[in-house]
Design a protein around this ligand. Structure first.
Ligand code: GDP
Length: 440
């Protein structure tokens, strides 16, 4: 059967979709017009759609590569919208290498670029842009909160809500158009203009609420930032190591060894937290350390929570304010009592660490609650802020011109269309898919 060979956009693509390396099972995915041909020549025929079938896979010379469970998803009911086949083979490097070699040796088949399966799914209209972002976040999710948020977005939560807003604004624009067509004067707000304004106000309120969830959505995606701050030798590095249960920061009895910020990512009951150790916060003649101090203060200023640490046998750091902080007395194994309001911990004995972790979780979870966040990326925030600005103009009292209001509504609609990738999508896509792994 002759299918024109095309190695470009419409080539049949092949990739290992499971993680590389030795495993029980590996998944190789093929998508494009040559899938049926591949199944006929390598798997002894095209199996019943969507039904796992055990087959012998062989190369062009007829040599068996592996026995595999194969699945066939005919177009258009597949992830990419094209014909798709999945080969579940034994997860040996040699099997995967041999199968990929055999597949890419067939005319019209080539290895997929990073994110190319998902790009095809997007282009086939299977996912909107926000859902693609959700899928990327799901694949990257490390903690329970991240998984939940990403899954919701992948399932289209933001896309659906945005479509709703867009639809209502278009309805409002239609009302304005009717008003413009039918009114003789045009300088008096008729009932249709009032209805349009009411719709704009409703959508505006919902957009503002969604924007309010952004800080939380972004934090869940990127991690809450917790900074360990305090004078040199307060025991910050030791505490970071104890909390992370591995040696990440250099612990040394010489003051000022931690010159730069050191980060660890923690999963605190599903909450993603980036814990940052800072250089000792003190004035210094030493230029490198002075830069470290500057960075430490800057980090503390934009942290979600600062652990203000002092050694039980030393004074508190004078530099830090008390907003957003938890007071921690370290080295509680020393025979000196901690002060009221401090959480006493010892990196040496592990005393107080569990209390400290639970205090951190409680403080961070205390932030804006309620509805899970719809907006999780700067891109979302920018688009929604733009729509809000346009709607605030459209809905301002005393705006008499239906035409002006229609233009503001149109700008809000454009911002929402950018949000879900109906327009202006190319730059976002290139950046997004570059971050995907091959096989996704
Ligand atoms: P940093 O400069 O704040 O990062 O402090 P370090 O973590 O480097 O610790 C400074 C010194 O305090 C080192 O000599 C540590 O061994 C010591 N130290 C740290 N944590 C504890 C602790 O829990 N108990 C005791 N007794 N000493 C500690």
């Amino acid at each position: 059967m002759a299918i024109p060979v095309d190695n470009g956009l419409h080539a049949t693509i092949v990739a290992l979709s499971s993680a590389p390396g030795r495993a029980g099972v590996a998944l190789i995915r093929v998508s494009g017009p040559h899938v049926r041909f591949v199944l006929e020549t390598m798997a002894g025929g095209v199996p019943v759609p969507r039904q796992a079938t055990l087959r012998r896979l062989s190369d062009a010379a007829g040599e068996t590569i592996d026995r595999a469970l194969i699945l066939y998803f005919p177009t258009p009911h597949s992830f990419t919208g094209e014909d798709v086949a999945e080969f579940h083979v034994h997860g040996a490097r040699a099997v995967v290498a041999r199968l990929l070699e055999a597949l890419t040796g067939s005319p019209g088949l080539r290895l997929a670029e990073p994110g190319e399966f998902t790009r095809r799914a997007f282009e086939a209209g299977k996912l909107d842009l926000a859902a693609v972002e959700g899928l990327a976040d799901l694949i990257d999710s490390e903690t329970e909160w991240q998984r939940r948020q990403a899954l919701r977005q992948m399932e289209g939560a933001l896309g659906q809500v945005t479509e709703g807003w867009r639809g209502r604004l278009i309805e409002a624009m239609a009302l304005l158009a009717a008003e413009l067509d039918f009114s003789d004067e045009g300088d008096v707000d008729g009932p249709l203009v009032e209805r349009a304004r009411a719709i704009a106000l409703e959508v505006l309120a919902e957009l503002r609420q969604a924007l309010g969830s952004f800080a939380r959505g972004e934090r869940i995606r990127d991690g809450f930032v917790v900074v360990l701050a305090g004078p040199p030798n307060a025991g910050k590095s030791s505490l970071l190591n104890a909390l992370a249960r591995r040696d990440v920061a250099i612990v040394s009895p010489i003051a000022g060894t931690t010159r730069d910020a050191i980060e660890v990512r923690l999963d605190l009951d599903g909450m993603p937290v980036t814990l940052i150790d800072t250089a000792g916060l003190r004035e210094s003649e030493d230029m490198i350390e002075a830069e470290g101090v500057r960075r430490a203060l800057a980090l503390a200023a934009r942290a979600d929570l600062v652990l203000r640490i002092r050694s039980v046998d030393a004074a508190q750091d004078p530099f830090l304010g008390t907003d957003n902080t938890l007071a921690v007395a370290s080295k509680s194994d020393l025979p000196v009592p901690s002060l009221p309001g401090e959480i006493a911990v010892s990196a040496e004995t592990g005393a107080g660490l569990a209390e400290l972790l639970s205090a951190i979780t409680t403080r961070l979870a205390d932030g804006p609650q309620g509805e899970p966040a719809l907006l999780t990326r700067q891109r979302h925030r920018v688009a929604v802020a733009e729509a809000i600005e346009a709607l605030a103009r459209a809905a301002r009292p005393g705006l008499l011109e239906a035409e002006l209001m229609a233009e503001d509504l149109r700008q809000a609609v454009v911002a929402l269309e950018r949000l879900i990738g109906r327009i202006g999508v190319e730059d976002v896509l290139d950046q997004l898919f570059a971050g995907f792994c091959i096989g996704k």
